[in-house]
Design a protein around this ligand. Sequence first.
Ligand code: 5GP
Length: 203
Amino acid sequence: MRAKKGVLAIISGPSGSGKGTVVGKLVKEKNYALSISATTRKPRDYEVDGVHYFFRTKEEFLEMRDHGKLLEWAEFCGNFYGTPKEYVEEQLEIGKNVILEIEVQGALQVKKIYPSAVLIFLIPPTLEELGNRLVNRGTEDKETINRRICRALEEMELVDQYDYVVVNERVEEAVEDVETILRAESMKCVRNQDIQKIFKGEI
Ligand code: 5GP
């Protein structure tokens, strides 16, 4: 019997929704494979190349894109971001669940290629809380924070194209909510057709 393919989970949400923390816990505590994106954004102080992102020049990024090495890509607040294709395909093939933490345009591109991808939108309990989280994390200047809040409002309008919405009031609960969604998804009949065939004696 072929190994059952992993679930491809996409987690999006506005900057300040806490998705980085939730995703970090899913990877550490629930053993999901995390796709590391390529970006042209400058690294923040604590960020390490190859760990948080593959930091690339614009030319390098466009070369990856033009050679078909990206599953999807998007421009976000003046920088390019994209998902390297090979890692995602390999991990799904060996049965690992894979998480992409990407913005909405990219998420919708992936859904077209992988209709079985599960799209989860993470939101903070209030817009005010979102602003507070962005200011308190202190990684962006005022102008960038304002651009990110505007972009958050635009992204929220696309939430109905997602499969699930999770309100991140408490991180532990949000992690459990996402885990519950993905466990249920992995048990869907369409994802378990080999098992049905065995019982029917077809393989
Ligand atoms: P940040 O600059 O805060 O790390 O990320 C900005 C936005 O880009 C976030 O919404 C993040 O989820 C998104 N992002 C990160 N990597 C990718 C990617 O590979 N593709 C797309 N489409 N968006 C990404």
